[in-house]
Design a protein around this ligand. Structure first.
Ligand SMILES: NC(=O)c1ccc[n+]([C@@H]2O[C@H](COP(=O)([O-])OP(=O)(O)OC[C@H]3O[C@@H](n4cnc5c(N)ncnc54)[C@H](O)[C@@H]3O)[C@@H](O)[C@H]2O)c1
Length: 436
């Protein structure tokens, strides 16, 4: 099939590369000329494991190409995916201006019967607005499909290649059969394609992210209570996660959720609820708990070192909002670093892949260390923010030797309490007894 993907960010690039990998002719179109120039030379604008090989192989095979000519790319397509950003507006609602601008372009440039697929996360009712925008100029029949994306950054290629399910809001036989054909190679192990109406598909994406964010905030609340009553949240997590009705995933407490999706999608769904006269009180609490949780690590620093950090040097391990990505959007590390700098500390940061992105965001305010051990050298405390694999089993003797004071504040509960005790660290984690 001839596919056009508009938007070559995290989602558009992964979707385009994976659809090319299964034999389709794919054009990725974006208004960002720098991004497109780089992609033509196999330089990816993001870090995503496995994606570079896919892009390189499919460009070499002639199945994948990139352009800034969005209209021209639409004109060659049987299916257009809209995968542009939907950032939060001032009132929390999703800003649909990019999505609707693309829909307008699609209507003007379509050259045959077309399936127009919304991949971006958009509120209920957007499919109708996309149909209006395309229809204003359309000279051929078209079918609007809502196909929310559930990939996780850091495992995006795998998630797209082997999805748990594919959700498709479609209201014509042509759209349903076209999408079923496109997705057939990805669901060969029997994972379902779930067809539904457009509104339900749009709602499914928000409900999924809201549920995941709720689990995280719930566990962070429980973790904070564990600290007060002398329980260990790791034990509690295992105790409840083994209940089949609850399950073990997404029960890890931490420094609060971040990333490009949960924060904005929780806000947008809460806004949709308010606009429709149906408060989602749980979600308001999920967001408030998360905002507080992003300040927990700083509170622990103050407990360990006092609140006046002038002259203190603090090492921060992990800047990305989660491992295996360089995405720092809404990362808890950004809140922590601001708090540390405001308290007068010097911050020395390390991240295996996000330091280029961090330099753009933080500039000269932070020192960037070439290695995790360089970061801790001469520091008054180490704070672990992101659970990268390389931070899981470090050389603790070397860390203790390098630190000025043996203080570790662990936002991901990576280290065993008894080991920290034995080695003489002052160790604070989330929802577990402090080691003094
Ligand atoms: N990142 C994720 O993990 C993820 C997962 C699922 C769903 N989503 C959703 O997918 C959508 C895209 O997210 P992303 O993280 O890929 O965004 P992104 O910011 O990484 O990429 C968006 C791209 O769209 C391009 N763009 C904007 N306006 C354009 C236009 N008019 N014409 C052509 N290109 C245009 C931008 O230049 C950019 O390259 C969002 O709605 C997001 O909520 C994201």
């Amino acid at each position: 099939m001839n596919i056009c993907i508009v938007g070559t960010g995290y989602v558009g690039l992964v979707v385009g590369a994976c659809l090319a990998e299964t034999g389709n002719q794919v054009v990725g179109a974006d208004v960002d000329a720098t991004k497109i120039d780089g992609l033509k030379q196999n330089q990816l604008p993001i870090y995503e494991p496995g994606l570079d090989h896919l892009v390189e192989r499919n460009q070499a095979a002639g199945r994948l190409r990139f352009t800034t000519d969005v209209g021209g790319a639409v004109a060659t397509a049987d299916v257009v995916f809209i995968a542009v950003g939907t950032p939060p507006d001032e009132d929390g609602s999703a800003d649909l201006s990019h999505v609707l601008a693309v829909a307008d372009t699609v209507g003007k440039h379509m050259a045959r019967e077309l399936v127009v697929v919304t991949k971006s996360t958009v509120p209920v009712g957007t499919a109708a607005r996309v149909a209006d925008a395309v229809g204003r100029n359309a000279r051929h029949p078209f079918h609007v499909v809502s196909n929310p994306e559930f990939l996780k950054e850091g495992a995006a290629v795998d998630d797209f290649m082997k999805p748990d399910r594919v959700v498709l809001g479609a209201e014509s036989d042509h759209a349903r059969s076209c999408m079923a054909e496109l997705y057939a190679p990805f669901v060969r192990t029997g994972k379902p394609i779930i067809f539904m109406d457009l509104a339900s598909a749009e709602m499914t994406k928000y409900a999924a992210n809201a549920m995941l964010a709720t689990r995280i905030s719930f566990m962070n609340d429980i973790a904070n209570l564990c600290e007060r009553v002398g329980a260990n949240v790791d034990m509690v997590r295992r105790g409840i996660g083994s209940d089949e009705r609850i399950g073990p995933a997404f029960l890890f407490p931490g420094p609060g959720y971040g990333g490009s999706c949960f924060p904005k999608d929780v806000k947008a769904l809460a806004k949709t609820a308010r606009s429709n006269g149906s408060g989602l009180r749980i979600l308001e609490a999920v967001e408030a708990v998360n905002d507080d949780q992003k300040r927990r690590l700083m509170q622990k620093v103050c407990v360990a070192l006092g609140s006046d950090l002038r002259g203190a040097r603090i090492a921060v391990w992990g800047l990305a909002f989660k491992p295996n990505t360089d995405d720092m959007r809404e990362s808890p590390a950004l809140v922590l670093i601001d708090d540390l700098l405001n308290a007068g500390a010097n911050v020395v940061a390390h991240d295996p892949v996000a330091m280029t992105e961090a330099r753009h965001r933080l500039g000269e305010r932070v020192t960037f260390a070439a290695s995790s051990y360089e970061a801790v050298t001469g520091a008054d405390a180490l704070i672990v923010v992101t659970d990268w694999n390389e931070y899981r089993h470090p050389d603790f003797a070397r860390i203790k030797e390098a630190l000025r004071r043996p203080v570790i504040i662990d936002g991901r509960n990576l280290y065993a309490l008894d080991r920290m005790q034995r080695m003489g660290f002052t160790y604070h984690s989330i929802g577990r007894p402090a080691v003094a």
